[in-house]
Design a protein around this ligand. Sequence first.
Ligand code: FO1
Length: 320
Amino acid sequence: MSPTPRRIVALAGGVGAARFLRGLVRAVDPGQLTVVANTGDDLVVHGLRVSPDVDTVVYTLGGGIDEARGWGRADDPTTVQDELASRYGEPTWFTLGDRDLATHVLRTAWLAEGATLSEATAALAKAWGLGFTLRPMSDERVTTRIDTEDGRDLHFQQWWVGERGEPGVAGVRFDGADQAVPAPGVLGAVAAADAVILCPSNPVVSISPILALPGVRAVLRATPTVGVSPVVGGRVLRGMADRLLPVVGCRVDAAAVAGLYRDLLDGWVLDEADANRAEAAAEYADHVAVTDTMLAEPDAAQRVAEVVLDVAEQAMGTAS
Ligand code: FO1
């Protein structure tokens, strides 16, 4: 029998990852869990450093997320941003509520005082009572850029939020990734992990920036790695993966996404609606499971996490 996976590292993007993690923390000892969050979406707004994927994990797991939007704080008026706009002409295309601003003010202050992004993230996680280790993927700036079909080079958020994802996409780049080092503890946590989980996040702009950091792919190849498909019933439930997967030559298909991770993957979990893609996914992962992957409710997310852990256990049993 394979041992139960205990030390877990999860690679995470925004909403899908955070909802999955809400189940995972119920299924494992949070003290043995490290979550590595994408920071390629980070941006500076009104002079403040905003880390959307880090904050989505913090607020969701900390119980403060706006559930309907999946990002930002619940019950969050925009008094400050309205004042910034009406009196000072500051742009408002990226909505920051008053409570959310508290996070960005503090993060920015800590960084200005010399803290690293890892230290600032750990302090936020502590303030929100998270029982697991949360790390940004890197302390250095790595920025996801969108090359548009009309010849522009846009920050990811400018494309997705500022221009509502409307411009056609010719390419996606992770500026600075090849020079950046993973945040302290990231490679070590993966190397020491029993299993790594690729959360059901956007493969192109959430998971790929983490994989683009030097050394990450190599250490993942040496560790049992299980992914959860972000494609359900041949569609993405939210976000823009359906726009971006074709840009990297991948169909919006639960097996095709596994193919993107083929050099890393030992296990793959896909939704019942994609059961007919399980055989195709088996080409890329030795262990494939089919289950209901709906994550909105924590109980359902826990069940999905338990299936993922079962697959990880099988992968541990066969990993070389
Ligand atoms: N998404 C939007 O569609 N519009 C916004 O104004 C917006 C603001 C925002 C503020 C803080 C934050 O943590 C996330 C925010 N998001 C917003 C979500 C974000 O743009 C992306 O969905 C993620 O970066 C992708 O994971």
